[in-house]
Write a protein that binds this ligand. Structure first.
Ligand code: GLV
Length: 319
């Protein structure tokens, strides 16, 4: 079987594919392939398996460029893949859930802490030589114990963030389409979206990007939030209406934001870069050595399983 990999990923998954005896081609470009480059690669190599990244747009044209039977994405999110086109062609799509839950939840917790404690702002202040001695009210932040955390999307990652923050003494509210037993047992409260937004001191977003969650937070939602509220997004950029967020931060409708993902990655609304109450990171929430190795292994294993006639463990449901 021929396997095409759109960008070099940690070796472990590639090794699995090589050891399985597959003919492997890894893109030599140290960057995201343009659509034309990807199509040209697929048309010339003609792989049956495609290992892609979240930065690739995988649509009908891509699927039709080679006799692809399986598309394994090195990511938990799969909004970059046209699942309908895959289903129509009988192509199996797999992703990498579970292995990045802790990495993303830990990062999100760090985001909450760094925003509430103004760590990045304080670092910039200190480096700029502005520290002239201890002051009683210098860079005051938010105490977390006793505050209300609103978790939008109580899947694996949202649940883990809720557990960590609960242990820190925060009260947890969550919104999801179904009850989450783990969170219910922990004493978290399920709420409708509006109530959660009105009550939360910190809102953290963990919904996947779907048609129904595009601009899940926009002008109307920001108006409901407390003017002291902090917003964290480590899911997908388009879940938040970035222009409306800029407006909400500019007018003081909310107090601050930590964004690891952006509406038009890698572009970032220039206004966000000017704001001291905003922390920006380059989509690295899952970026630990351990997790990226496991993601590589899982993506590789999915292809190996498929080639051996087994159903891979993490097939994306096409319904
Ligand atoms: C990261 O954003 C992922 O979907 O794996």
């Amino acid at each position: 079987m021929k396997v095409y990999v759109t960008r070099r990923i940690p070796e472990v998954g590639l090794k699995l594919l090589e050891e399985a005896g597959f003919e492997l081609k890894v893109s030599e470009k140290d960057g995201v392939l343009s659509k034309e480059e990807l199509l040209a690669e697929l048309r010339s190599f003609q792989p049956e398996a495609l290992l892609c990244l979240l930065t690739d747009t995988i649509d009908a044209e891509v699927f039709d460029a080679a006799p692809i039977k399986i598309c394994a994405t090195y990511s938990v999110g799969f909004n970059h893949i046209d699942l309908k086109a895959a289903k129509e062609r009988g192509i199996v799509v797999t992703h990498t859930p579970g292995v990045l839950t802790d990495a993303v939840a830990e990062f999100t917790s760090a985001a909450i802490f760094s925003l509430a404690k103004r760590i990045v702002e304080a670092d910039k202040f200190t480096r700029a030589g502005k520290y002239k001695g201890w002051e009683p009210t210098l860079l005051l932040g938010m105490e977390l114990k006793g505050k209300v955390l609103g978790v939008l999307g109580a899947g694996r990652i949202g649940t883990r963030v809720a557990q960590i923050m609960h242990a820190m003494g925060l009260k947890v509210l969550y919104y999801d389409i179904a009850h989450n037993e783990t969170l219910d047992k922990m004493g978290a409260q399920m709420e409708d979206k509006d109530t959660l937004l009105k009550r939360a001191d910190i809102v953290t977003v963990h919904v996947p990007l779907l048609d129904s969650t595009r601009h899940f937070l926009s002008e109307k939602e920001f108006q409901m939030m407390k003017d002291s509220a902090l917003l964290i997004n480590t899911s997908r950029g388009p879940v938040i209406d970035e222009q409306a967020l800029v407006q909400a931060l500019t007018t003081g409708q909310i107090a601050g934001a930590f964004l690891d993902v952006f509406e038009n990655e890698p572009e970032i609304n220039p206004a966000l870069k000017e704001m001291d109450n905003v922390i920006l990171t380059p989509h690295i929430a899952s970026a630990t050595r351990e997790t990226r190795d496991k993601m590589s292994e899982m993506a590789g294993q999915s292809i190996v399983d498929f080639a051996n006639g087994k159903t891979p463990e993490h097939v994306v449901s096409l319904d």
